[in-house]
Design a protein. Sequence first.
Length: 142
Amino acid sequence: MWSDPEIVYREKVRIATNLDIAARMRLGGLFYVLCSIGVIMMSPALHAQPYIALFIIFFIILAVLRLYIYRQAVLYYNSSEKLIENAILAIYILTALGWSIFLIWIFMSVDEIDNGTALGILCTIGFVSGGIAAISPRIRLT
């Protein structure tokens, strides 16, 4: 079965795609940390809330996990490829959920659209487009 050239090629493409996605996501978590801090600092209503720091801590943890997953993918991909694939999926889901809850918290906390809220909306648009670019594998179609 593994001698079939098409199956071997698909397996190589899957491995290359997973390593490419892990490499692209490693620094993406830092943008969530920086943007969440920027949103909070620009909005006096958010800056005054005592529990808002939990979002920053959450995004820092996710950023560290992204670096850890990248390291595991580079060093130990062949021995734990399914675990790494699931970790990549989980980190993307957790990041999307975390930012969504953060944006909902922003909308529930402010009475009017201030600078922090506008920045939060702009960051969300940027993260969506960046996420699409990050999970789109670079595979030559020739």
